[in-house]
Design a protein around this ligand. Structure first.
Ligand SMILES: NC(=O)C1=CN([C@@H]2O[C@H](COP(=O)(O)OP(=O)(O)OC[C@H]3O[C@@H](n4cnc5c(N)ncnc54)[C@H](OP(=O)(O)O)[C@@H]3O)[C@@H](O)[C@H]2O)C=CC1
Ligand SMILES: O=C(O)C1=NCCCC1
Length: 329
């Protein structure tokens, strides 16, 4: 890239960075910083993205999201576009594929020359969990004893890993519609973390949510998962699912909570259902980072309604591109 890049790749060679390489380069602390900077940049007027285009594929439940963005920053600055799909039948194929698959095009911001095509599926997963972690950092400045994760799919798993990395909860509860998958995930995560009962599968959604300090909802379903009366005072919820036909939290939860978003353009385009409940969004997570708005009272229930931002993917693409070049030259 032409901005502040200390590598030797001054030619215009197009680079392809595949899934395997991306996985090798991903790092939680670097991902957190890239996402935090992109959220801050949105609020500070240094990052630009319109609402994403959503292409529906007729006679299926499939979507393709087109997510272009530009971020002006010496370290994470990038011009890029993510193509990310939502293919509900993918996990049920004979050879299962992820529900969400992504690729990112990274362009030179000064010339618009295509610099890299980067496998974007793991980037999407990591940056989504990191966005929830950033929101939790700014909205939940209190004890982190119990984390409740609703959904044991890709997002449920990556949130459990990321949140343990950043916050070190005493108990991480996992609920899933199919209980065996929650049990399997808890066993795997305890093995990977060398723990016995840190990750615990819960059969009932209510038992999982009650008394949790932080809740993550990450399913693809068309049913409400969390009821307001189960939620502890002062708890923080990261509502991760993006599903036009479903909200994972009941209406009472939205009405009783202070609801934050990642970006106004996306919210205006995709979150009208929540607005129709009479809920006013308090602001963007980036507004909390810049100090443009104040953090909520400590006993408020807070919700981060995550949509995912193109500029997070731009910052991540730049990070991975720079790491790739600096470790392969
Ligand atoms: N905000 C953001 O930036 C992003 C959001 N997402 C969103 O995250 C969500 C999860 O994606 P991902 O983890 O990749 O998907 P997966 O297919 O890996 O997991 C899906 C999960 O949803 C559960 N589920 C499906 N149907 C229902 C139902 N009717 N009731 C309850 N649970 C159900 C599945 O349970 P079971 O095991 O029983 O089938 C499984 O736990 C999606 O909504 C996606 O849009 C994804 C990327 C970025
Ligand atoms: O990458 C994102 O942002 C996504 N948001 C909605 C669902 C698919 C991925």
């Amino acid at each position: 890239m032409s901005t502040n890049n200390n590598n030797n790749n001054n030619n215009n060679k197009l680079v392809y960075i595949d899934d395997h390489r991306v996985r090798h380069l991903l790092d939680w602390d670097k991902t957190f910083k890239a996402v935090e900077k992109s959220m801050e940049s949105v609020a500070a007027g240094r990052a630009f993205q319109n609402a994403r285009a959503i292409t529906t594929i007729p006679k299926t439940h499939n979507f393709l999201y087109t997510m272009p963005g530009y971020l002006n920053d010496s370290k994470y600055g990038a011009l890029g576009c993510k193509l990310v799909s939502h293919f509900p039948e993918n996990p049920n194929r004979a050879k299962p594929l992820p529900y969400v698959l992504a690729n990112i095009l990274l362009l030179d911001p000064e010339t618009s020359i295509l610099k890299a095509v980067i496998a974007g599926t793991d980037i999407t997963n990591w940056r989504t969990a990191a966005a929830s972690a950033v929101a939790t950092k700014y909205l939940h400045r209190k004890e982190n004893n119990i984390l409740a994760i609703m959904g044991a799919g890709v997002q449920g798993r990556i949130h459990a890993i990321a949140f343990q990395h950043f916050f070190k909860f005493k108990e991480v509860r996992i609920w899933n519609r199919t209980p065996e998958r929650a049990q399997k995930l808890a066993v795997e995560l305890n093995r990977e973390h060398n723990t016995k009962n840190l990750f615990v599968a819960y059969d009932k959604a209510e038992d999982c949510v009650r008394n949790a300090d932080v809740i993550v909802t990450a399913t693809t379903g068309a049913s409400t998962l969390v009821k307001c009366e189960w939620i502890k005072k002062g708890a923080h919820i990261n509502a991760v699912a993006v599903n036009p036909n479903n909200r994972e939290l009941d209406d009472a939860t939205y009405k009783a909570s202070q609801v934050y978003i990642d970006n106004w353009n996306g919210a205006r385009s995709e979150l009208n259902g929540i607005k129709e409940l009479g809920v006013e969004f308090k602001g963007q997570i980036g507004d909390l980072i810049t100090g443009a708005i104040h953090p909520p009272e400590s006993d408020a229930i807070t919700v981060f309604q995550s949509l995912g931002m193109a500029v997070e993917d731009c910052a991540m693409a730049r990070l991975i591109y720079d790491l790739h070049l600096s470790s392969s030259s």
